[in-house]
Ligand binder design. Structure first.
Ligand code: PGA
Length: 268
């Protein structure tokens, strides 16, 4: 039995004050939900405060990204040791928004501006390795764009992202430390949810890809979240699928009651 993991990705939202108010409101709502791993991913600016606020509760924190070097002359980047020092246990790696792959095409986002996002599969791999070496748990995000889905390239895109992300990572680390989040790009922030059976099928592709590299035992141990417009009213159906072991929640993680309702759905 894989323990469900529900993570709230706040993206570029919430001041320190707003984040602390959220923590205070959420704590009683999820008390006793120990059958689920609960994670909040605040912006870097609130990571330390939120980690402190959840100390002694079952809520852990994650950074929304990481750099692969441990320290040095890397202006603006944040390393695994710094993230651990801020109190986080997990880190998101390769979110579609850091890869510059958006569900909603933003006005004025030229090709040149898109380069500012710049996450690549190779970057995801070195960041995952650096996080694991430091003792942070990576949540590796993968998923196809609408164009790739229309071209019939969903499975090959996702499988390729999985293989490239895991290059050089041992079976033991994959089975005990690595988490995947399957997030169809077209379902992120759009209100468009991937049907539960299709989300389950693609999460099955992720598992089969891991199995082909590492064997059945490792594949059956890895937790795979679904992300993309998961809300209180669709969470139970998505979370009851065989290959879906949790959720990565954006919009619905900004309100304590909505996020707690999704945690409750995962607790069953
Ligand atoms: P959403 O975002 O729930 O707002 O669609 C999910 C994510 O990007 O992790």
């Amino acid at each position: 039995m894989r323990k469900k993991i529900i993570a709230g990705n706040w993206k570029m939202n919430k001041t320190v004050g707003e984040a602390l108010a959220f923590a205070e409101a959420l704590t009683p709502l999820v008390a006793g939900k120990d059958s689920v791993d609960i994670v909040i991913c605040p912006p870097y600016t609130a990571l330390y405060s939120v980690s402190k606020a959840f100390e002694g509760t079952s809520v852990a924190t994650a950074a929304q990204g990481v750099f692969w070097k441990t320290s040095g002359a890397y202006t603006s980047y944040v390393s695994s040791p710094l993230i651990l020092d801020a109190g986080a246990k997990y880190v998101l790696i390769g979110h579609s928004e850091t890869r510059g792959r958006f569900g909603v095409a933003e006005e004025g986002l030229t090709d040149d501006l898109l380069k500012a996002f710049g996450e690549t599969d190779a970057g995801v791999n070195v960041k995952a390795k650096a996080a694991l070496t430091a003792g942070l748990i990576p949540i590796i995000c993968i998923g196809e764009t609408l164009g790739e889905r229309k071209d019939g390239a969903t499975d090959v895109t996702v499988a390729d992202q999985v293989v490239k992300a895991l290059e050089g990572i041992s079976a033991e680390l994959v089975s005990t430390q690595v988490i995947f989040a399957y997030e169809p790009v077209w379902a992120i922030g759009t209100g468009e949810v991937c049907a539960a059976d299709e989300a389950n099928r693609v999460c099955g592709v992720v598992r089969a890809t891991i199995e082909s590299r590492y064997g059945a035992e490792t594949a059956s141990a890895v937790r795979i979240q679904y992300g993309g417009s998961m809300k209180p009213d669709n969470a139970a159906e998505l979370l009851s699928q065989e290959h879906i072991d949790g959720g990565l929640i954006g919009g619905a993680s900004l309100k304590p009651a909505d996020f707690a309702a999704i945690v409750a759905a995962a607790a069953g």
